[in-house]
Design a protein around this ligand. Structure first.
Ligand SMILES: [Fe+2]
Ligand SMILES: [Fe+2]
Length: 229
């Protein structure tokens, strides 16, 4: 299968206090996740995707309300953020087929949702730029984690099982697609979220804009897959 195009090397160098706070926060959470999950990548994906699906919906809600209050256009931000939330939820629905969370992990998900939703909501109210930068850095880390997951599969430590049916339908994957193919398309999605959110933070901070393709990475590839099929 041809992997979706994704630049895996992108890193936004922190500039100013807001960026440094965002980067420090994300690195601290990465340390916690590494300690808690170690190399259990399937479980890691399930738990972290429940968190990853929150910011898009918070950002969409608050931008929606702001546009209503100010009676102004959203320049496509609301749909982009809602699409991101749905895409992250599809990641969750995919990985739940691959790894079943333990009872303790389910408890962590419930507790973390309350804390993270409220935290991110107030962060977005106070500083949308910092909030989008936090997500940009989260997504940089997600790209790294899914690269590690691919290595686990390639080196035989995680079994390369058949792709879940739901994942094949959502990403238009071929019938014989495997977990490796799924992780690759998910990683391309995360790279896309990273570029979108760093782009939004740049725009709010008055920095030059990177051009982010409006289509999802897997949509760019669909014709190739159809040819190959
Ligand atoms: Fe995700
Ligand atoms: Fe993401």
């Amino acid at each position: 299968m041809i992997a979706p195009l994704a630049d895996l090397t992108v890193h936004h160098k922190p500039r100013g206090l807001s960026d440094r706070v965002a980067y420090g926060f994300v690195k601290a959470l990465r340390f916690c996740a590494d300690t808690f999950f170690a190399k259990r990548y399937g479980h890691r994906a399930v738990v972290l995707e429940t968190v990853a699906a929150v910011p898009g919906m918070v950002g969409a809600t608050l931008n929606h309300l702001k546009c209503l209050r100010r009676m102004e256009d959203d320049r496509g931000w609301i749909k982009t953020l809602m699409d991101e939330a749905e895409n992250e939820r599809m990641h969750l629905m995919t990985f739940i087929e691959v790894a079943k969370p333990t009872l303790f992990e389910r408890f962590v998900v419930v507790a973390a949702q309350w804390v993270f939703y409220l935290f991110f909501f107030f962060l977005y109210l106070i500083s949308p730029k910092t909030a989008h930068r936090v997500v940009g850095y989260f997504e940089e880390e997600a790209v790294i984690s899914y690269t590690h997951y691919l290595a686990e599969i390639d080196e035989g430590r995680s079994e390369n099982v058949a792709a879940p049916e739901l994942a094949k339908r959502y990403w238009n994957l071929p019938e014989d697609a495997t977990l490796r193919d799924v992780v690759e398309v998910v990683r391309a999605d995360e790279a896309h979220h990273r570029d979108v959110n760093h782009g939004f933070a740049n725009e709010l901070g008055g920095l030059p804009q990177a051009i982010v393709p409006a289509v999802w990475p897997h949509e760019q590839l669909q014709p190739h897959w159809k040819e190959a099929a």
